[in-house]
Design a protein around this ligand. Sequence first.
Ligand code: GUN
Ligand code: FE
Length: 425
Amino acid sequence: MKIYRANLIDTPTKDAFRVLYHGYIVVEDTGVIYGTYATLPEELQGFAVEDLGDKMMIPAFCDMHVHAPQYRNMGLALDLELLPWLNTYTFPEESKYKDLQYAERMYRRFVHELWMQGTMHSVVFSTIHYPATHLLADLFIESGMSSMVGQTGMDRNCPQTLSNTTDELVEGIRNLDAYLKEQCPDGRVRTIVTPRFVPTCSDEMMSGLGQIAQELNLSVQSHLSENRNEIAWVKDLAPQAKHYGDAYNRYGLFGQQPTLMAHCVHTDGEELEMIKKNGVVIVHCPMSNMNLGSGMAPIRRFLNEGIHVALGTDVSGGHNMSMLRAIQYAIQVSKFHYGMSGGKTSFLSQSEAFYMATTAGGQFFGKVGCFDKGNSFDALVIDDNYLNYDNYTLEQRLERYFYLGDDRDIKRRFCNGKELCEPAF
Ligand code: GUN
Ligand code: FE
């Protein structure tokens, strides 16, 4: 049993913060939260308490959509929209991951950056290359962080050097899944079925991926309705599909297994209905949507309709791996919507954005994302002393941290109950 005393702040529901000034959080040896208390109950009074003073303790972040092999391009090459951006900058960079030495150099930095930014859970695209994907999974195992790592499927409309076959990919998924189930029986690092998007995946590949996802009971991730030219292209490529989402659904890749779809900037009508009906989780990536000129996803509307929305950085479409920036942009984009709609839609609150960055993503992993009893203990200790020079409430301190803070304020990081030290890079 381990007991910490700190200013606890989390979002069990999206509508408000739950705060506990100088509260206690009790963690079992298994890494599961035993409870949070304003005063320690009698049965716990013999245990040592680690007092973190006036620091804040918040749930660690979940980045639900990020491309590890785009790490070198972060903050670069944002002068084109999606399709030319992929061809000009992204595919050439990802092709380099055939070289395992290059992959190791970059992936070590990527994993280190997740740690630095307090992102203890991530859902990651790698490349088409099995050895590099396996290496990335090993680096996550070594780091102590949780992740779902997907070897990316691509077999059309891409360079020959960046395409795999359905058989190769399915074998890769099988091997990585078997390896990770043996190495991580607790599921801390898992693989995820990852068709890049409809334009780069033939019917054969989609069909193979749908089958393997079901057979091995794996989650699925992809991109959906991000950019207008992309959507028009998908109409040509998949004329039988009723809409872009249906092109995944036909192959069992749209909620038949737990599914993340990034962007959904232009999702509407029947596609939105199918997302709702199938329980697909939308991953909002506001930084990327702005950088690639994709548009503004109507997140208020999605939330009003009861759709699950989590948050991602989408590096390197997104230019920064900080989930603080993702929170900030999510709120600011929603305010553009508000302004453009003549005030008809309300914008996102601080607690809604924080919920999307922690609890909503955490639920995709299991009992993760807030400080409820029975959840895995995943937390960051934040020292905002330099920002906290007057009588701010905890909610105000967190709000200032969203806008003014950064990774330097994160003093300690816990994942699955363990304190994680800085990974080598
Ligand atoms: N759609 C297909 N691939 C990508 C990618 O790498 N980034 C983004 N933002 N969208 C995509
Ligand atoms: Fe992406």
